[in-house]
Design a protein around this ligand. Structure first.
Ligand code: G3H
Ligand code: 13P
Ligand code: ZN
Length: 330
């Protein structure tokens, strides 16, 4: 049993309170390897932003949970070495069982998500409550979810959204004791969030997706005022990365994300955690493909992972400064 406190990590409680009061959102960036972790920490230290390092169960399998924990501990030391002891959370993304959440808590995570959204309401309540009881005994914070996002997450895919029902949130929050709630208002996982036929074309021929359901968000906020809300599936799928990937041999067709202005607007509400993974994947892939295309004789991994890390850092700095508003809040 390792407590996250010994590793230099923090839970989300204080961070969310300040984020709601200050009308910004904390970035939750997924990581699976050293370069992603370095880019996240470099960007957040330089921009003086708190950060949530997010680990999916897929990441845990890919990278090994022991290594990930030591990397998170290393991230705290690395931040200090770079000059600022920013608040860092180690969070389990989309935990699906009590056992997985418990294992992460016992292993040094400071925050876990129990995603019971695929279950019937009462089963979601019971599972979430069980995780909360265990987590709170260790001062670990818990994110629950109501509503189902369209798209793919950890190999489970849903064709359509099932928006969060505002009439359920009060009951869910009070019965489970969760610290934050992920909701479904039109975001979805992955790079293909909308089908082209759902979008309109702007003057430059760019696909413009339907807006997020801010009406549902407002209704939820009315029912649980000041309660921390989380948005998953919040990548914006920057067109410049899609273009670079396609220019250098990739094949990403009709990839559409959430416009950044909408995320900026959401950050000013009770939305205090915004999850971004796919944009980082696109940034890395674009940088790696460009090196491979322009320097085909290169075979030193540092020569393509280095530029990928630099591009990621630029992306994360942009997100915290211009989208989430968390720059300067560490
Ligand atoms: O919500 C899903 C995250 O983007 C993590 O994706 O399960 O492929 O690691 P992953
Ligand atoms: P994106 O696929 O939009 O980056 O969403 C990531 C996410 O929600 C992780 O939980
Ligand atoms: Zn998610």
């Amino acid at each position: 049993m390792v407590s996250y406190k010994e590793l230099g990590l923090v839970n989300t409680r204080e961070l969310f309170k300040k984020a709601i009061e200050g009308k910004y959102a904390i970035p939750a960036f997924n990581f699976n390897n050293m370069e992603q972790m370095q880019a996240i920490i470099q960007a957040c230290v330089e921009k003086k932003s708190p950060v949530i390092l997010q680990v999916s169960s897929g990441a845990r399998k890919y990278a090994n949970q022991t290594l990930l924990r030591y990397m998170a501990q290393g991230a705290c030391e690395y931040a200090k070495e770079l000059g600022l002891n920013i608040p860092i959370v180690l969070h389990l993304d989309h935990g699906d069982t009590f056992e997985l959440c418990k294992s992460c808590i016992d292993f040094g995570f400071s925050s876990v998500m129990i995603d019971g959204s695929a279950h019937a309401y009462d089963d979601n309540v019971a599972l979430t409550k069980k995780v909360v009881e265990y987590a709170h005994a260790h001062d670990v914070t818990v994110e629950g979810e109501l509503g189902v996002l369209a798209g793919v997450e950890d190999e489970v895919s849903h064709e359509t959204h099932s928006y969060t029902r505002p009439e359920e949130v009060e009951d869910f929050v009070s019965k489970t004791g969760v610290d934050s709630l992920a909701i479904s208002i039109g975001t979805s996982h992955g790079a293909y969030k909308f089908k082209p036929e759902q979008c309109t074309l702007d003057a430059d021929g760019k696909l413009v997706p339907p807006p997020l359901r801010f009406d549902i968000l407002a209704e939820i906020e009315k029912r649980i005022p000041g309660f921390p809300i989380v948005l998953h599936g919040s990548s914006s799928v920057p067109q410049q990365y899609v273009d670079i990937i396609n220019q250098y041999g990739g094949k990403l067709e009709a990839a559409v994300g959430i416009p950044e202005e909408q995320l900026r607007k959401a950050s000013e509400s009770a939305v205090c955690k915004i999850n971004i993974d796919s944009d980082g994947r696109l940034a890395m892939t674009a940088a790696v493909r460009e090196v491979f295309a322009k320097k085909p004789a290169e075979f030193d991994p540092r020569k393509y992972l280095g530029p990928a890390r630099d591009e990621l850092k630029k992306l994360y700095m942009h997100k915290v400064e211009n989208v989430l508003g968390s720059a300067g809040k560490a």
